[in-house]
Design a protein around this ligand. Sequence first.
Ligand SMILES: CC(C)(COP(=O)(O)OP(=O)(O)OC[C@H]1O[C@@H](n2cnc3c(N)ncnc32)[C@H](O)[C@@H]1OP(=O)(O)O)[C@@H](O)C(=O)NCCC(=O)NCCS
Length: 272
Amino acid sequence: MPRRKAAVIAAPRDTSSDEVALRALYHKDPLRILPNALWKTVARLQSLECRFIDDAGSVTGVELREPGKLLIYGTRTQDPLKAASVKLDGVPTVYIHNDFVAPLAPWFDRKEAFFRLVHTGSELPLRATVPGYTIRQVDTTTELPLVATILHACYDTSTPGTNEIAMWTKRPVFAPRAWLWIIDRKEKRPIALGIAETDRLTGEGSLEWIQVLPAFRSLGLGTMLVQELVYRLEQKVAFTTVVGQMKNPCEPEHLFRRCGFAGRDVWWVLHR
Ligand SMILES: CC(C)(COP(=O)(O)OP(=O)(O)OC[C@H]1O[C@@H](n2cnc3c(N)ncnc32)[C@H](O)[C@@H]1OP(=O)(O)O)[C@@H](O)C(=O)NCCC(=O)NCCS
């Protein structure tokens, strides 16, 4: 009888020292080190190669690579010459801070810029209310199809379906108190939705999905939602971050700054 080939299963790599170093670096300057909340990168460390950047004896940055797929380059230094050392090796997707994008940009045909802001809670936001509208927590046991419907109605691009959304409720950062509807009191139905996450280990909250149905925009409801989320998060975390596309006709950056978010960091996603 022919022998069956034994399946080769790679033993999981020990990523604990990379995680410790990344956490220390991230805490010093979250907005310059990663283009997203820390937990998202920690969750995929197994598939990432980490190279920490040493500058005169102290760790100032990190290069994260998923071979053949992606490169993330984050550093606290502001010297654009440092980016010259980044080797692209045909990598199709690069996440890089605005300060370093110039020498790399010519190699890529699609480029998208993202603002990355932080709310440090030094001044807790006012909690705006808009007459006729009220906030209620999403019932994540029964209302996920409605969450999918509202997301679909708020964007021109494709949005996650119920099954994908259900996965979000299984992650350690799931924070049921930060899944909020704004309800139209007259019509008794949700017309806006906000979803945020809390990473207790890092002390970081992150706003993930903020949207108001098109017919209800510019009434102050986006502000009401963001202020309520930040208020709820900041009882649990040290800081809250948000990322959003700069080229968005709804100008969400303005909304977040209006609600106390600050920062000047811009990240680029470059695609070939
Ligand atoms: C972004 C969004 C949530 C804003 O909701 P909203 O209820 O219209 O926001 P508000 O009425 O509270 O307005 C907040 C501020 O943004 C301004 N604003 C709202 N819509 C705007 C627009 N299209 N262009 C420019 N400014 C706008 C308002 O004037 C207000 O600023 P001001 O108080 O200084 O005048 C909403 O447009 C939306 O759902 N967009 C689609 C989803 C999306 O892009 N989400 C953001 C992902 S990062």
